[in-house]
Structures are given as C-alpha cells and as structure tokens.
Design a protein around this ligand. Sequence first.
Ligand SMILES: *Cc1c(COP(=O)(O)O)cnc(C)c1O
Length: 466
Amino acid sequence: MNKIELQNEVTDINDIFLADDINHSWHSFTLMKEYIDDNPIMITNSSGCWLYDSKGRRYLDGFASMWTNIHGHNDPELKEALASQLNSLPYSSYVTLTHPKAAELSGKMIEIAPKGLSRIFFVNNGSNANETALKISFQYWQHMGKPEKREVICLKEGYHGSTFGAMSAGNSEIFHKRFKHWCFKSISIPAPECLEYGGKVHFSNDNESIKALEELLVKRSSEIACLILEPSIQPAAGTGMRMQPPGFLKKIVNLCREFNVHTIFDEIFVGFGRAGHLFACNMDNVVPDFLCLGKGISGGYFPFAATMTTEEIYQSFYADYKEGKAFFHGHTYSAHPMGCAVVLKSIEKLQRLIASGKFESTVNMFGKITTEFFKNHPYVRQIRQRGFIFALDLYPGKEGKDFPLSDRIAHNVSMLARTKEVIIRAFFNGISFVPPFIINEEEVRFLCQRTSESIIEYISKHSKKS
Ligand SMILES: *Cc1c(COP(=O)(O)O)cnc(C)c1O
C-alpha cells in the first residue's frame, strides 16, 4: 500500500535503503502510518550530541537516542574499547564459560553499586533484566518453602518492558491494556506526587501511596513475593517523567523489609547518572534486593543490561545438582564480550566525569537553563526536572481547553522541531529532554530555543484553525 517507487534519478544510495525501510521494515513503538507520513530520517553519522542524516542535515539528540547515550556519539575511547575487544574475542558464550571483560565488569559493578548487592546476572535488554529479577524472586520463595509468596506489587502506570512478564508487572494503559488477558495479575498501588525543577522540590506527597502499601502488606504479605518500581522517576507515567519525593524509596524499602517482601528497582532509565545520582537508589541511600540496569549502562554503544542482587538470594540457589535449585534462565548473547568491554570503559568515563565536578555542574546548568526558559512559557502548564531529565506539559494557555490527545499536539511539535534541528520525544501532551551528559550550555540553549519556537509556531497556528 505504501509502496515507494524510486524516482529515475537516485542521487543518494541511502534513498534506496530508505525505500526498503518504508516498504519492508516495522519500527518499535512507532505508528508506522505517522512515521511514513512524517518523512523518515535516515541517520548516517554522529558526533558528540549531534546526529547527521543522509542529506547532510544535523540534529541535536535531545532524547539521547532513546535514553541510552551518556557520553555523546562517536566517542573515541568507547570506540577504542569496542575495537580492541573485536581484535581479541568478539564473542564467546557465557553459558558454563567465562571471559576477562565479563569477570572484570562483575567486580567493577559490585564496587560501584550500593553495598549489599554482590551478584550480577547479565542480559541483553531492560525487559529481560526485570524478568530476571522477577523469576529469581519467585524461585527464591520456593527455595524458602514459601511457594505461596508469588504476587507482585507495582506502582500505578509503571512500565517495565515489552515482554509478557515485564508487561504483567507493569501498569500502563497504552502499553499493556490490549494484552491484559495473557498477563499474570499484579497488584498496583498509587504513585506518589512530586514536583522538582531547577534543583528544588516544589511539592511532594507520598502519603496515599505509602498508606496503600502498608495496608496491602499487613493483609497479604504472606502471598507477596516482591514489589517492583522505577525509582526516582517513572518515565512513562502521566505525561512522562512522573517524579517521586526524596524519602519515598526509603519508606518503600523499609516497609518491604519489615514484611519480608523483595524490592526490585527498575533503574533501566534512571541508572548510570541519568537522574542526578550514579544510581537512583543512592538518592535515598537505600539498597534494594534487585537492581535492574539497561539503557545508559553501555552509553548506547551495545545492547546490554543486567540484574544485580544480594548474596543471600544468590546463596539460596547455590546447591548440589540433586537439590534442583539451578536458575534455568538466560539469553544467548548474555555478557557479550563487546558489551562488557564498552560498559567497563563507559563506567570509567562516568566516574571521571563525576570526580571532575563536571557532572554536577552540567546538571545544575541544565536545570537552570531549562527552568528559566519554560517556567513562564505561555503554552507550558508544568515543568519537571531532575538530573539530566526535563519534561514539560503543553496546554493552550490559561483560557483554552486542554488539547485532546487525538490532536497529537506534542507529537506534531516534536516533528516540527526536527525541521529546526532538534530531536525531542513526545508523550501524550508532554515533551521531554533527555540529553547526553556532555551537552554544553550553548547546546542546552539551542535545545530550549528551537523547542520553544516549535511550540509557539505550532500551537498558535493550531489554535487559529480550531
Ligand atoms: C526502556 C525501559 C525498559 C525496557 O527496556 P528494553 O531494553 O526496551 O527492554 C524497562 N523499564 C524502564 C524504566 C525503561 O525505561
């Protein structure tokens, strides 16, 4: 139906590939009709915070290539780590074998993670990291002679990935509703409220959430295996980037400990500095029973993820064959040597960035400029910012009625922004900035300026129409 016929004059080999893409490929989380109507962009090169397309146009990567990129694109050190691994051992299996980079990375991760997490299980993506934690928790309670502990608590509008177990533990209308019939049931509690930007918490309330958890645990903890949540920020809740107040995680962990329920922190988005701390659990100085990592772990240079857990949980699986306690779970490319090599280098670079003070000063600069720019913007109802995460909610100004979601306002604004050299992500009526950590002041201003222009241009035109 969408079949693209190539023009006689093909000036660019990438036009042929683009035709193949449009005619034959199916993109993740993408409404293909909109994607094709919006004129697909073929990204061919990258450097620092910038992406370049086949036509030679540039784009500031305002969503860090789906929240993965922390050190910028085309980084020489990360490329060197990959190249040198490629020249010694591109791949060897981790099933009953090991290799130096995975071994070294295991040690490194335990060194940097909150004390108490002493074991790491490597996987390939965030959904798998969460599924791994869930399955270990379920099996652990069987080892403990408590097979009835098998329910999962989650936060309202949680998102933990696309696979069935991850969907079951999630609670998001758009992502999960359609597949509910095939998912296991989980129990959701309300998410807390918090508003932070420019380095200040302006409002917070977690009473309802904590009360609901407490009541649930009092009644049913003997049936509950674990609680899973995205600490600090739920990226796919509300209009995007829903925040949790400082202190909330501590209350959660303390309550769950008291009632013998595992805590699983899905830090796939917030981990590795994204939310302003190396790990989000550092914000409240707590240690979950499971820490799930993905996205930023490899800085966007290799598909990689991991699940960390405690020695106590690991030890419950450590037994002779006849006891049948092996964890029969995993993925073919787990602990890929190329991934391990680049993750190690990425951690080294992140530690350097933090030690130099540059990490903190960039967060402050990012928070200050985004706040100044959008706090009193005529079409912005609310802003939120923590670490390298900024979100704004669009509205038609004080007099207007809220934009119906079917108008695709934020989406269309983000598409207009592409013509102004920035790539930003829209979610319902929200727009977010999730830049690489190396972004400089000029680039943050560029991101804000071009986004603001797109908002004003699109909304003023749209308001006249309707
Ligand atoms: C992206 C994401 C996932 C899923 O990770 P994949 O690598 O896409 O499977 C899970 N949880 C959170 C919070 C995420 O941001």
